[in-house]
Design a protein around this ligand. Structure first.
Ligand code: MEV
Length: 428
């Protein structure tokens, strides 16, 4: 079912007109518009960030508390629509804190950008790979990367290679992007050296673009949890057995790509929510993580678990190109507030926090899955959504959700009946 058509020249309308039109045509009354679309200040920002803005989606923002990362307490801002994500992150964080928390590290923020050239002869390829070419590229990039170099970043070297299928020659530039996510720096770098690359190689550039793969911008997190500390969370299993099942669940994800997709999706539940809350590029982070997980030619788990010395050990490694400055990150007040809550981290610290969060999210999911399943907890949260859909608000939504959960039938009809019974009770 499609809604009413929007005018073709939508982008030419004033932002407030676009917003009013959008809300009039597509929201079910002013209450729905107020819940679903942010106000005029947010619209102004949206208009700056995207074309044809009609509003700002009010994605839930919550705080996962109780993280102990490298000896420091953190509350993590997460923006996500899925009910269980923040609850699960906080739950795992509290369990892991019992064992001393997460230990993390992150590589230097090195990323790659490419000029892809066609029609390059073997001699042209050799000229592009020569020391003389290196000096010219370095000089050209030095001229535009002064402020990046003053902050400790800048050009770090290049690689030239030919792709066998297309015959294209790639000029790969490595750049330390410091606290930025890096897209602008990297794309500018490739475009800056394009004419030199064409001249040196005798070829013609097909495109200049960064790679989001970021295989050298990795972050890692690990934890060690004494089995005795796991025992209270093993839901009827012994701690040894729960830990054994967690390890087997990791081996399953590492073996069966069908399971790895979902296992890694659970990790990204946390990572992408933190990226979203800090106004980072969630798609870049997702694309890089999944490509990294498949780097062996088979999709594998981003995390791993083992039992050693009476403890369950968890670890994760993944590329995390998160910016702490630039883009929308330090422009958007919501991004700035999220970063302030995190203690205004640099990009490497942010990546370390995200790695710990991804591991926490994974541990919560896997532990729940192997000790009785996730649906019971999920359905309780689902009941609250059904109650909202049935028209309950505030305390009534919670009460109606309790009635639905107690009845065990998670349907809209059950929620409507619960709301009706509450209203009847209030009226009597
Ligand atoms: C749900 O969003 C995430 C999980 O499916 C992750 C997993 O299966 O590991 C619970």
């Amino acid at each position: 079912m499609s809604g009413p058509a929007l005018p073709a020249g939508l982008r030419k309308l004033a932002p407030a007109e676009r917003k009013a039109l959008w809300e009039r045509l597509y929201f079910d009354g002013t209450e729905a518009a107020a819940a679903g679309n942010a106000g005029s200040e947010a619209l102004e920002l949206s208009d700056l960030l995207v074309e044809s803005a009609v509003g700002a989606l009010t994605l839930p923002l919550g705080i996962a508390q109780g993280f102990l990362i490298d000896g420091r307490r953190y509350d993590l801002p997460l923006a996500v629509e899925e009910p269980s994500v923040i609850a699960a992150a906080g739950y795992a964080a509290r369990i892991v804190a019992e064992g001393g928390g997460f230990v993390t590290e992150a590589d230097e923020p090195l990323m790659e950008s490419y000029v892809y050239l066609e029609g390059v002869s073997a001699e042209g390829e050799a000229r592009l790979a020569s020391e003389g070419a290196e000096a010219r590229i370095r000089a050209a990039l030095g001229a535009i990367q002064g402020s990046l170099e003053r902050r400790g970043g800048g050009y770090r070297g290049r690689r030239v290679y030919r792709l066998p299928e297309t015959g294209l020659v790639a000029l790969e530039l490595s750049v330390d992007v410091r606290d930025a996510m890096g897209a602008n720096i990297l794309n500018t770098a490739a475009e800056t050296v394009k004419s030199q690359a064409e001249e040196l190689s005798g070829g013609k550039a097909l495109m200049c673009i960064l790679s989001n793969a970021s295989p050298r911008r990795l972050a890692r997190a690990r934890f060690e949890l004494p089995l005795a500390a796991l025992a209270p969370f093993a839901r009827g299993f012994s701690a040894d057995e729960a830990a054994r099942r967690v390890v087997l669940a990791w081996r399953l994800a590492d073996e069966d790509p069908a399971r790895a997709v979902t296992h890694n999706k659970g990790i990204m539940n946390g990572v992408a929510s933190l990226a979203q809350a800090t106004l980072n590029d969630t798609r870049a982070v997702e694309a890089a993580a999944h490509a990294w997980a498949a780097r062996s030619g088979r999709l594998r788990s981003l995390s791993r678990y083992e039992i050693a010395d009476g403890s369950l050990r968890g670890a994760i490694e993944l590329p995390l190109a998160l910016g702490a400055v630039g883009g929308s990150v330090d422009l958007h007040p919501a991004g700035k507030a999220a970063l302030r809550l995190l203690g205004d981290p640099d990009s490497r610290r942010l990546a370390r926090i995200a790695a710990a969060l991804g591991l926490a999210q994974n541990f919560a999911a896997v532990l729940a899955l192997v000790t009785g399943g996730i649906q019971k907890g999920h359905m309780r949260l689902h009941a609250a959504r059904l109650a909202y859909k049935a028209g309950a608000r505030g305390d009534d939504a919670r009460r109606a959700a309790d009635i639905v959960a107690a009845g065990g039938a998670y349907t809209l009809a059950a929620a409507e009946a619960a709301v009706a019974s509450l209203r009847a009770g209030a009226g009597s």
